[in-house]
Design a protein around this ligand. Structure first.
Ligand SMILES: O=P(O)(O)O[C@H]1O[C@H](CO)[C@@H](O)[C@H]1O
Ligand SMILES: O=c1cc[nH]c(=O)[nH]1
Length: 286
């Protein structure tokens, strides 16, 4: 079936609407980062750079580490941007731009996020590099997609819903990481459920001047336990990445550089050093 001109927007030069990329520009291994400035911090370790492109907050460098072709791309902040980036990455590999039809043979990308995050457990200090076993979305993105849970995800989700029972108007969603990527890139890292919040301040339990509608948010989330699972950290993209990757048939893993300890009320004095360690670790393992 042909996808219409208003559903799939192709720029006059044949590139996709927001990312400004052509089919063929995307490597099968993709690193996403939130901050556009972090793209160069990743690609400086490439042996060669094939091209650099960008539009708005979406900066892309594709190149090689040894023989491996890698694309690094910035998403900007939030799951509204993840909606754009993941749909556009997917059409770049899985839709024929000439016929506007879905290809018969689909490509499954390996997508690794290298992001920053705040920890909510006492035993996860600043400087930790953590892999998200699951993304738990507190934002509204998945209210708009058909999203089915596996049995294991459903069991965990039911327990989470009981724990968070009194949070009105929030419809959380949960997706597990790619098992393959978690067991390779994330193999020996501390792991936990990452909450993806629709904001940085009150949606992550921060109190500055405005009053928070959910009191004691951090203790509410860090007191959740289910078998080996607990909530370890807060950021703003992982749950959207995991959910859309699953729907579209891609593998995703989120690696978090822990810059803040929300239980010790601390923020790192050397955030770039921690992010650098996470980048190097991911590049060594992919
Ligand atoms: O460092 P990045 O990847 O942007 O990730 C985190 O930092 C931003 C907030 O400061 C949010 O995007 C959050 O998810
Ligand atoms: O606490 C934090 C730190 C980085 N990014 C977030 O979203 N939250």
């Amino acid at each position: 079936m042909k996808i219409s001109d208003s559903d799939l927007i192709i720029n006059p030069d044949g590139s996709i609407y927001h990312l400004n990329l052509l089919p063929g520009d995307v490597a099968e291994t993709v690193i996403t980062v939130g901050d556009p400035d972090r793209v160069g911090e990743v690609s400086k370790y490439f042996d060669s750079i094939e091209f650099e492109k960008g539009k708005r907050e979406f900066i892309t460098h594709t190149g090689y580490v040894g023989k491996k072709r890698i694309t690094v791309l910035s998403t900007g902040i939030g799951t509204d941007n993840i909606d754009i980036v993941f749909n556009e990455l997917d059409v770049l590999v899985n839709v024929d731009f000439e016929s506007r039809e879905v290809k018969k043979e689909l490509t499954s990308l390996n997508i690794i996020r290298v992001g920053t995050s705040g920890a909510v457990q006492k035993d996860i200090p600043m400087g930790t590099i953590l892999a998200s076993s699951h993304g738990l979305g507190m934002d509204a993105l998945m209210n708009y997609y058909v999203h089915e849970l596996s049995n294991d995800e459903q069991v965990l989700m039911d327990e989470i819903k009981i724990h968070f029972g009194n949070l009105e108007n929030i419809n959380p969603y949960l997706t597990a990481a790619s098992e393959t990527l978690l067991n390779t890139i994330g193999k020996d890292l501390p792991k936990g459920i990452t909450i993806t919040a629709p904001g940085f301040y009150a949606p992550q339990g921060r109190i500055v001047r405005a009053k928070n509608a959910v009191p004691n948010f951090i203790s509410l989330i860090n007191s959740f336990h289910s078998n080996q699972y607990r909530i370890t950290n807060l950021e703003m993209e992982t749950a959207g990445i995991y959910a859309l990757a699953k729907i579209l048939g891609h593998q995703a893993l989120s690696i978090n550089a822990i810059l803040a300890s929300r239980v010790n009320f601390e923020f790192s004095k050397e955030p770039n050093k921690i992010v650098e360690q996470a980048i190097k670790m991911v590049l060594e393992r992919i």
